[in-house]
Design a protein around this ligand. Sequence first.
Ligand code: PEP
Ligand code: MG
Length: 314
Amino acid sequence: VSAAGAAATTAVAAAPIITATSVKVNVSMPEAAARAAATGADGVGLLRIEHLIIGMNKTPGWYIKNNKEEEFISELYNGIKTVLDAFRGKPVWVRTIDSPTDEFRNMAGGENEPDEHNPMLGFRGIRRDLRQIDQLRIQAACFKRLWDAGYDNLGIMFPLVQHPREFIAAKEAFRSWGIDVDNRVLGIMVEVPASAIIIDEFIKAGINFCSFGTNDLVQYTLAVDRNNGLIGDMYEPEHPAVMRLIASCIEQCREAGVECSICGQAGSDPKFVKWLVNQGIASVSSNIDAIQKIRETVAKTERQILLNAALKKN
Ligand code: PEP
Ligand code: MG
């Protein structure tokens, strides 16, 4: 057999599936960056940094109190950089710290964490960062260093936002630390029903994107603790109230040209993703192991939408 003949009989690798809806991946640890990038995902729709910080074994407050901010900034920098390097040229949305206080309790500095009756509804996410502004400042210092190093694919996502003034305050704080916020990508998690209900106000406030954190959005919309097995059967992403909130957000974002995405667990569920694509969501972000199935689901749903439109025309 000639060389050409041998080549002709070699199996051809399947063509990558191209979709109009971006299919991104969720990453929780820098160690998973290479595996996440190997899926061919269109970017990172959620980079959680809590594991990185818990791995440092000291609370952000400890670094601030002990004048060791540089140590915190460079550890966070290296962790995020690993993911940005694996996704060069693709967007990576890093979420600011979202640990509830009880998760910080066993670390150095954890003795200073407030004791809360209900940490999930308390001192976490953007609300904590705005009240302990130094905690936001040291994260921002790390982001600024990455932007200054040329990582333009870095976007920042603020968690547990419930009013546009929180987004505006965070943006103003970034500006006061010398960050050119007008040329950077900043967005919010939509995981509190309030922010879904007034998404138009967030659009006016200048968000560049939003992403449904359905893990929390479901628990807060339905008043069902996401970690309480006693009422696990009531934890329903497909509850009509949740779906109505999501559908309305997608529509308003689509009209305003703001990227609307999902990074909660429902974004790894093919049935839910099929519905989201039919609503016109711009991107979805799934767990690493779900990416292939989700990409197939998105492609199939898009084909069906096109086909339905063509048949209707004829
Ligand atoms: C969510 O709430 O859906 C989410 C992605 O955030 P976390 O699960 O980290 O609260
Ligand atoms: Mg959440």
